[in-house]
Design a protein around this ligand. Structure first.
Ligand SMILES: Cc1cc2nc3c(=O)[nH]c(=O)nc-3n(C[C@H](O)[C@H](O)[C@H](O)COP(=O)(O)O)c2cc1C
Length: 349
């Protein structure tokens, strides 16, 4: 009987590059066998095929025929691409349940380090296509007088589900200081900055070019209070506006439409997006929806990474755009629209 295959349920895909200035390559990876396969942009039809073929069982010849019929791919091209990706993307039908059984405890017991790497992979989606050709104006150039952030610590060996269990929204901050190392850790790991210790250094620069992050620093050790633009490529901060902690608390309260919980907090990260650029790069109707999902997951990554270091936070999507424009000296609020603010407390130690 002809052996039939199913799409590998653990298959993950991400953009990768060998060094910060290297070319981005799209790679499909089987985390169990550690086999991987680069997919050229001319073969992106494979991704749709894998998505659509998920619930059925196939032979190699079936999928070649499917590719020819559905995607109008010539047989030789379909055969070449499918034969290359086959050992990574398909598993034998008969070993399907056994593989799943093997995989599930692996996921359950996976430490935060690996699990968070998977979160990070969610950033590296189709938008990265445009990055290979377009320089990132938000990230690239060196800012005069920029503050370099310290090398971030590696991800801790905490289990992700422990972090989920411990996570609580905090609206009562106690005026503690946040260490610059912790802030560096949160920013680097959430945004895949190219740092020596970052788990994602090989995949640096995967921040979508339309995404913009600003730090509101009130009580950060070693950092003058003020509003800073964050550059993930160089992992540094550029001062946008200096103002005292008290003045910043007041401004942030106004920015968050009167939410006084920010008083006593240490810092906030404002996530915004240049939505004009977003649409220029990808004019499809689903673009805004995908954008919202992506910034939502980024906000949650900030929160979880904070909790990995016992740093509490609250998330706000209630933002006064006019006030944001004034407070950031126009850096956010025009074509760059604010989406989420994650406010962090400090730590007593
Ligand atoms: C998109 C989004 C926007 C939110 N905006 C606010 C906000 O403006 N103010 C606030 O206090 N909480 C805000 N929250 C936090 C929720 O209210 C919070 O998750 C909820 O209180 C549940 O509490 P827990 O996180 O401790 O489980 C927001 C949450 C999400 C997901």
């Amino acid at each position: 009987m002809t052996q039939r295959y199913r799409v590998n349920p653990l298959l993950s895909c991400s953009w990768q590059r060998d060094n910060p200035t290297g070319k981005l390559t799209f790679v499909a990876l089987d985390p169990l066998s550690k086999l991987n396969c680069a997919i050229a942009s001319s073969d992106f039809w494979l991704l749709e095929l894998l998505n659509n073929a998920y619930h059925q069982s196939w032979t190699l010849q079936d999928t070649i025929t499917l590719a020819e019929d559905r995607y109008k791919i010539e047989e030789t091209q379909a055969k070449n691409a499918l034969t290359r990706i086959w050992p990574v993307a398909f598993i034998e039908q008969s070993s399907f349940s056994a593989d799943l059984e093997k995989a599930m405890p692996l996921w359950a017991s996976r430490g935060a380090k690996l699990a968070l790497e998977y979160f990070a992979n969610s950033l590296r989606q189709k938008t990265a296509v445009s990055q290979s050709n377009v320089s990132n104006p938000n990230a690239g150039e060196v800012i005069p007088g920029a503050v370099p952030l310290p090398q971030p610590e590696p991800l801790p060996a905490k289990l992700l589900h422990e972090i989920f269990k411990a996570r609580r929204t905090c609206r009562d901050f106690l005026g503690h200081q946040l260490k610059l190392e912790h802030l560096s850790f949160i920013l680097a790991h959430a945004l895949c900055a190219p740092c020596k210790n970052s788990a994602y250094s090989a995949n640096a620069a995967s921040l979508p070019e339309e995404l913009v992050c600003h730090l509101f620093a009130m009580r950060v050790t070693g950092l003058d209070p003020g509003i800073y633009a964050y550059r993930p490529i160089t992992h540094e901060l550029g001062l946008v506006r200096a103002l005292s902690s008290q003045a910043l608390e007041q401004e942030m309260t106004e920015l968050l439409i009167g939410q006084t919980y920010v008083v006593g907090s240490a810092a906030g990260i404002l996530i915004s997006g240049n939505l004009d650029r977003l649409i220029q790069n990808d004019g499809r109707q689903s673009t805004y929806r995908k954008w919202l999902v992506r910034v939502g997951s980024l906000a949650q990554r900030f929160i979880l990474l904070g909790h990995a270091k016992d740093i509490t936070s609250f998330l706000s999507a209630a933002i006064n755009t006019q006030a944001t424009r004034r407070i950031t000296n126009g850096a956010v609020g025009g074509t760059v629209k604010p989406a989420h603010m994650v406010v962090f407390g400090g730590r007593e130690d």
